[in-house]
Each structure stands twice: as structure tokens, then as C-alpha cells.
Design a protein around this ligand. Structure first.
Ligand code: AMP
Length: 252
């Protein structure tokens, strides 16, 4: 079985995003970019399934700018076998919307005959949480979202899902779409020898047009602003003073 793992290049989760002065978006100039953390978890899970003999090949795919190659090389260094970069024009590369991404992924998943497409539950830049669900709908495949456990049993995959107040287990027939949650696993670090080996692994470059997909953004961002600055705290004399303040604020 082949596992397709879509990996998105996003602002590193340790970086505090800077909003552009004109409010048109987030400033990406000279900002450290990395693989979306939920996609690292998806790569790790795919590798574990391969190590357990449940999958034969892991293909990483990224839709984005030429620099998304770095993200794909990271996936290859972790253990993916080959990679596909779908290079979008610079103007739209950082704004590829979930529907366009899902259409491209559908074309690749069909071409490759992927048994599982393992996505992150959401990309930490746009927080859409849409691509996996759209892909499942477009392909007419079952979906197991927010996975905290993935077990392949013959021609099915069991997914334990993190839902409000507990866990739910669903059984999907393969081929299927899976999206990963935070507690599924702890992704490995790529070792130096594997980083060197990854440079020689195959990386194909395509364009959205190769799959007949128009990636022109359909959404217009009207404004992006910083969250309100946190007010300074106040030290009160005693508990009575605290209760009086809380009452004044209407929270006690
Ligand atoms: P989103 O729906 O944008 O929150 O993204 C959910 C998941 O879809 C991500 O964790 C990735 O696995 C995948 N994905 C979204 N955008 C891209 C992209 N441009 N390239 C590759 N994978 C993507």
C-alpha cells in the first residue's frame, strides 16, 4: 500500500507572526518556515506503518513555492521514499486555498493509487481544518479525522478520534483519508546521515496546471490585525479587595 502525505510549508510554530503595517496579511519576509507540525505527525505515522510492514511506499507532496522543496526534503530525511512538489506561482503560492489543494491531492492520490492519504488536521497558518474533509468528499472516500490512534486491519483502518469529552473509534474501508491530531505520536528528528541520504531521494516537480487545477484564490482577506495587547495586572491588598474588584467587573 502507498501512503500519500501532504506536507505544508508554514511559519515555524516558535515564531511570533508579524502583521504587515497595512493589515493586508502576515509578513513572511526573512521568517523561519517549517513543516506544519500536524504534517510531521502524519509523516511519522506513515513511517511507523511502513516499519510495521503495513505500507510499502510513502510519498510526500507539497503545494506551494519552490522553497517548499526544503519541507519535502525534511519529510524525505524523516523516512518518506519520494516527493512531489506542485509549484504554484509566487503570487499565489502562499495563499493556496484548501479546495484547490484538495483537488490537486485527489489527482495525485488517484494517479498513485494511494491506500491512505494522511494529512494534518489543520495547517497552523490558516487554521482552516478543511483540506482532508474536502478531499474525502471529492474522492468519495471514508474519512477518519483528528486521529489519535491508527491501526490497519486487513482492508480496513481503525481510527481512534479525539472528540469532545472522550474518544471515538471508527472503522473505515480502504482507501481512506486520515487526518492527524496532536497526540497520535511524537515525530522523530531526522539524523544527519538521513538528511544526507534524503538529498538523493527522488523529488518530482509539477504545476497545478498539470492536474488541470486553477489555484487562483477565491477568498479576499479584508484585514489582518494583531490580538489586543494584554493589560497590565494589578496587585490587590487582600481577599476582600479582590472580591470587590471582581464584583465590580461582574465576574463574581
Ligand atoms: P488546512 O485545511 O489548510 O487546515 O490543512 C489541513 C492539512 O492539509 C495540512 O495539515 C496538510 O496536511 C494539508 N495541506 C493543506 N495545504 C497544503 C499545501 N499547500 N501543501 C500540502 N499539504 C497541504
Amino acid at each position: 500500500m502507498k501512503i500519500l502525505v501532504p506536507v505544508k510549508r508554514v511559519i515555524d510554530y516558535n515564531v511570533k507572526p508579524r502583521v504587515k503595517a497595512d493589515g493586508s496579511g502576515v509578513d513572511l519576509a526573512n521568517v523561519k518556515m517549517s513543516m506544519n507540525p500536524f504534517d510531521e505527525i502524519a509523516v511519522e505515522e506513515a513511517i511507523r506503518l511502513k516499519e510495521a510492514g503495513k505500507a510499502e511506499e510513502i510519498i510526500a507532496v507539497s503545494i506551494g513555492p519552490a522553497k517548499a522543496q526544503e519541507t519535502l526534503r525534511t519529510a524525505l530525511a524523516m523516512g518518506a521514499d519520494r516527493a512531489i512538489l506542485v509549484e504554484a506561482d509566487d503570487g499565489v503560492a502562499s495563499k493556496t486555498e484548501p479546495l484547490a489543494v484538495a483537488k490537486i491531492l485527489k489527482a495525485i492520490a488517484e494517479e498513485e493509487g494511494a491506500g491512505i492519504v494522511m494529512l494534518g488536521k489543520q495547517a497552523i497558518d490558516d487554521d482552516s481544518n478543511q483540506t482532508g474533509q474536502m478531499l474525502a468528499a471529492l474522492m468519495g472516500r471514508p474519512q477518519g479525522t483528528f486521529a489519535s490512534e491508527v491501526t490497519i486491519e486487513g482492508d480496513h483502518v481503525s481510527i481512534t478520534r479525539e472528540v469532545d469529552g472522550g474518544l471515538e473509534t471508527v472503522k473505515l474501508s480502504l482507501p481512506a483519508i486520515v487526518t492527524t491530531d496532536l497526540r497520535l505520536n511524537e515525530p522523530r528528528y531526522a539524523s544527519l546521515p538521513n538528511i544526507m541520504k534524503a538529498k538523493k531521494k527522488p523529488l518530482d516537480t509539477k504545476t497545478p496546471a498539470d492536474f488541470g487545477v486553477d489555484v487562483t484564490p477565491r477568498i479576499t482577506t479584508t484585514n489582518v490585525s494583531e490580538p489586543p495587547v494584554r493589560q497590565a495586572g494589578e496587585i490587590v491588598e487582600d481577599v476582600d479587595a479582590l472580591v470587590a474588584k471582581l464584583k465590580a467587573l461582574g465576574v463574581a
